[in-house]
Design a protein around this ligand. Structure first.
Ligand SMILES: Cc1cc2nc3c(=O)[nH]c(=O)nc-3n(C[C@H](O)[C@H](O)[C@H](O)COP(=O)(O)OP(=O)(O)OC[C@H]3O[C@@H](n4cnc5c(N)ncnc54)[C@H](O)[C@@H]3O)c2cc1C
Length: 590
């Protein structure tokens, strides 16, 4: 029996013709009285429209971007359906408070063929997945975290951010000691014990991943090790290994009310290369540090390729970079990349831009590579080759289609601002939902998804996600870049401060840096910032906070920064914009 009721926009006061900026519900959702249905925004305020009744949504009559007024139809509600599912179900759905965790229409019901049931299943224990699982458990949900590998932590902890930074630190110290000869201090050539260095890196990883296992236990999260695939929108199969078939005898079936897909990404492979030769590495192989090759070719001049190039150059390899674009780090502002290119020209054997590798063959002496374009030779032989040409999402490998979740041809899963996929009880976060593929984006999204799953009204509404290349010098940027501003025709002004005038930078022997701040010429609000120089990754956080807080250029210029620090360069860049700087001379415009 159904009893359909069309829900309309109620009296919303002194406003008319307002825009729907968010549809908060989907067809099939069970909603309770007063649950939020849509968010509308006028020039005065935004407000959520509450449901006038309990029921199940049978059709949506509006979408984001539509304009509505009092009396406009929003959706059709089957008010009889809620009676059959029970009001307990309905009141525990969207919009309920954090202390009464969300359960969807399948709440508590374990399908007959499942082995166990959980409120929330998280697929993948990378920074996105473990953060989501921990937050959801803290909010009272019964959580199952599924990870295919024995250790938690995903790419970031095991084969990404953390091991690369452990090795980069070593390389940076070696480089720094070499630079000390200009200060009158000369160190002996370093003796590198590769086994010990590898052990150090593994110990750092072990400490962090072991810590995660402990944190999961403290939160009473069930952790399952195996490969997860959807069977339908409330059922997952966990098999022992990454098999094509789901029919493995060891498959365990688990039902869920809600799920979060956090399965990350993997390195892109160029077809035709000899992948059975262990001298051809991806970033995971390079981080294993099997040895220090005499000559290393890095294919790809993006962040990962350059960071690994810096590691191996620091350890003594002769590194060559080949990059298809005209410059390193495509997409990043050229004035930030320039000091890096200058330094790397010194530290690396060769940098071939506008060039590509067209073929590669295994030989006794090494991997023989054929180049095309730029100033690259026709061919050359390297002891090892690192392929770092980007990463592809893992969205296609979890049979998401069986749950009705749309995955695009590359493997990305589209989500709304609450991390919800097109299926209302299934969320997705991290690398699998799109760029930028960064750990701090994944963790932030993980918290949003967990909070929404637990009934909170959370949104991913960060104004910016900062990017950092931990090269030497580091490059960091946030908000609007000059490259993007020009491409998009956004009006901006900028204040830039060269580190050659920073006392702290000079005392470190590092005058090659630059700090710049972009701001809106009319409102003076900060739009973006870019920094190149040692510790740029730490320094950018202040600019991120400034942007999030809606600070203007005067706020940065009038904030007293400690002296002498590199952080002053942000202050000085803002003073340049304000015309109040005294640490450099800027001729007055006539
Ligand atoms: C060399 C390197 C250096 C990096 N450095 C940085 C850095 O300095 N800063 C930064 O912000 N980012 C860095 N990144 C990127 C960062 O690691 C990723 O953005 C981040 O790990 C993404 O997190 P995630 O949770 O989405 O996925 P991942 O970390 O990829 O985790 C996904 C997890 O899901 C598991 N999984 C996949 N499929 C299944 C399945 N079907 N069943 C069960 N489990 C499954 C995987 O085993 C994995 O553990 C780096 C990456 C690399 C490769």
């Amino acid at each position: 029996m159904s009893d359909l009721e069309t829900v309309k926009i109620p009296d919303i006061g002194d406003v008319d013709d307002v825009e729907i900026i968010e549809v908060l519900v989907s067809v099939g959702d069970t909603i309770a009285l007063e649950d939020s249905l849509v968010t509308v925004e006028s020039d005065k305020a935004s407000m959520e429209i509450p449901s006038p009744a309990t029921g199940v949504i049978t059709s949506l009559l509006v979408k984001t971007g539509d304009r509505v007024s009092e009396g406009s139809d929003i959706l059709v509600l089957d008010v009889a359906a809620s009676a059959s599912t029970g009001t307990a179900d309905a009141s525990a759905s969207k919009g309920s408070d954090a202390s009464t965790p969300t359960t969807s229409t399948a709440a508590g019901a374990s399908p007959d063929n499942s082995d166990e049931h959980h409120d929330l299943i998280v697929l993948g224990a990378g920074p996105g997945g473990y953060t989501a699982a921990f937050r959801a458990a803290d909010l009272g949900l019964k959580v199952l975290l599924i990870e295919r590998y024995p250790d938690l932590g995903g790419v970031c902890l095991n084969v990404g951010c953390i091991p690369s930074k452990a090795l980069l630190h070593t390389a940076a110290i070696i480089q720094e000691t070499q630079g000390m000869s200009a200060h009158g201090v000369t160190f002996a050539k370093p003796q590198i014990d590769v086994d010990k260095l590898r052990d150090f890196k593994e110990a750092v990883i072990g400490k962090l991943t072991g810590g995660l296992a402990g944190l999961a236990k403290q939160r009473k999260i069930t952790v399952a090790h195996g490969f997860a695939r959807f069977q339908d929108s409330h059922l997952i199969a966990i098999s022992d290994a990454e098999k094509e078939e789901n029919t493995s005898e060891s498959t365990r079936l688990v039902s869920f009310d809600q799920a979060i897909i956090a399965v990350g990404s993997k390195s892109i492979r160029i077809p035709g290369f000899p992948y059975d030769d262990e001298r051809l590495m991806d970033s995971t192989g390079a981080l294993e540090l099997a040895d220090i090759p005499k000559r290393l070719l890095v294919i790809g001049g993006g962040i990962i390729g350059l960071e690994m190039g810096c590691v191996y150059a620091g350890l003594g390899s002769q590194v060559t970079i080949v990059e298809l674009s005209d410059g390193l780090m495509p997409g990043c502002d050229r004035d930030l990349v320039k000091p890096l290119e200058k330094r790397l020209k010194n530290d690396f054997e060769n940098i071939f831009t506008g060039a590509k590798v067209t073929a590669m063959q295994s030989a006794v002496a090494g991997l023989t590579v054929t180049f095309e374009g730029g100033k690259a030779p026709a061919s050359d032989t390297y002891d090892r080759v690192l392929l770092a040409v980007g990463r592809n999402p893992n969205g296609s490998a979890v049979d998401a289609d069986k749950a009705g979740v749309t995955v695009d041809e590359r493997g990305f899963i589209a989500v709304d601002s609450q991390q919800r996929t097109n299926v209302s009880n299934i969320f997705a976060i991290g690398d699998v939902v799109g760029q930028p593929m960064l750990a701090h984006k994944a963790t932030h999204e993980g918290k949003v998804a967990a909070e929404v799953a637990a009934g909170q009204k959370s949104y991913f509404d960060a104004k910016t996600i900062p990017s950092v290349a931990y090269t030497d010098p580091e490059i960091a940027w946030m908000g609007l870049t000059e490259t993007a501003a020009r491409q998009q025709g956004v009006k901006y002004q900028k204040g830039a401060f060269p580190w050659a005038a920073s006392g702290r930078a000079l005392s470190m022997g590092r005058s090659d840096g630059l700090t710049k701040v972009l701001y809106d010429p009319d409102t003076k609000r900060i739009l973006g910032a870019g920094i190149v120089g040692p510790n740029a990754g730490e320094l950018i956080a202040e600019a991120v906070l400034a942007l999030e807080m809606g600070a203007d250029i005067e706020d940065l210029a009038l904030t007293i920064h400690p002296h002498p620090t590199l952080s002053e360069t942000l202050n000085f860049a803002a003073e340049v914009a304000e015309g109040t700087v005294t640490d450099i001379y800027i001729p007055k415009r006539k």
